[in-house]
Design a protein around this ligand. Structure first.
Ligand SMILES: Nc1ncnc2c1ncn2[C@@H]1O[C@H](COP(=O)(O)OP(=O)(O)OP(=O)(O)O)[C@@H](O)[C@H]1O
Ligand SMILES: [Mg+2]
Length: 265
């Protein structure tokens, strides 16, 4: 069974092509890592998959459903933790998760149990009634996972879930993700800039660069293809045109850096 299938996906913002003829298949039940440098098009691809951007041209299906024709079926199947913060600091953890439960139309009589279940699964039972502005970064990220889980999604999409977290908090978050996959069988599509995480936790990874998939396989396969002793970081550099390895600081890299600088203001 296929969780996500993309063929010939393309999306441009003005003349900036963000996703360029993208083909990608995520198998049901796997933890799939989408890797790539800043601006590679990862978040845009996710927005196309989650119905947040219109698919044209190309084709997406999520568990066989086409977001263009059955957006509700797709949204019901998905739990999404966006790259930018989605929790409200002036509410408690429980209130934030309850909000999502209402948003997702969880039946009223099931709501309290589901909210409790999601908070407990993310290790937030004790902190549930504290305001979120008192949480650590790691707790906020776990709360966002709880928000996404209240929907009991078959597909969990996490856009840089561990960015800015300390190593212990990163480990704790990944423990929750793997535990969740083991208990619910959910498929996980995750983006990260941490190659060690991708290597350790993702069954397959795709390297995206300038809107396209440049390499795809298990971390072991990708490393072996590059040579003995290669790390996933070497694979990343190889496929994304590292300054030293490939172009020795040519025009492409200067342009890439400028573009990043412009995006960050
Ligand atoms: N709303 C937007 N309007 C204009 N351009 C955009 C918009 N969103 C993304 N882009 C451009 O599309 C390209 C891909 O961006 P995207 O956010 O998908 O990359 P990313 O791989 O998620 O990067 P990062 O790792 O920094 O999150 C970039 O060149 C970006 O500047
Ligand atoms: Mg992004």
């Amino acid at each position: 069974m296929t969780a996500v299938a993309c063929t010939g996906l393309r999306h441009a913002f003005g003349d900036q092509v963000a996703v360029d003829d993208l083909d990608l298949t995520v198998r049901s039940g796997e933890i799939f890592g989408l890797l790539g440098p800043n601006g590679a098009g990862k978040t845009t691809a996710i927005r196309l998959i989650t119905t947040l951007l219109p698919v044209r041209p190309g084709m997406v299906t999520v568990f066989g459903a086409d977001p263009a024709r059955r957006p509700l079926a797709v949204r019901r199947a998905i739990g999404y933790v966006p790259q930018l913060l989605s929790a409200d600091g002036s509410l408690t953890g429980r209130e934030n998760v309850s909000l999502f439960a209402r948003l997702f139309d969880v039946p009223r009589r099931e709501r309290a149990d589901r909210v409790d279940g999601a908070l407990t699964a993310m290790g937030l039972a004790e902190a549930a009634d504290r305001m979120v502005k008192t949480y650590s970064g790691g707790m906020v990220r776990r709360l966002e996972l709880a928000q996404a889980l209240v929907n009991r999604p078959r597909l969990l999409i996490l856009d840089e879930p561990t960015i800015g977290l300390d190593p212990v908090a990163r480990g704790a978050l990944w423990d929750k993700v793997t535990e969740l996959r083991a208990t619910t069988g959910a498929t996980v599509l995750v983006t990260t800039h941490y190659m060690d995480e991708a290597d350790q936790y993702c069954e397959r990874v795709a390297l995206m660069h300038r809107g396209r998939i440049r390499a795809l396989g298990t971390p072991g396969e990708l490393k072996a293809a590059l040579g003995p002793e290669s790390t996933l970081e070497d694979v990343f550099r190889h496929h994304t045109g590292d300054t030293f390895a490939e172009t020795q600081g040519g025009f492409r890299d200067v342009r890439g850096t400028r573009r990043t600088a412009r995006r960050l203001g």
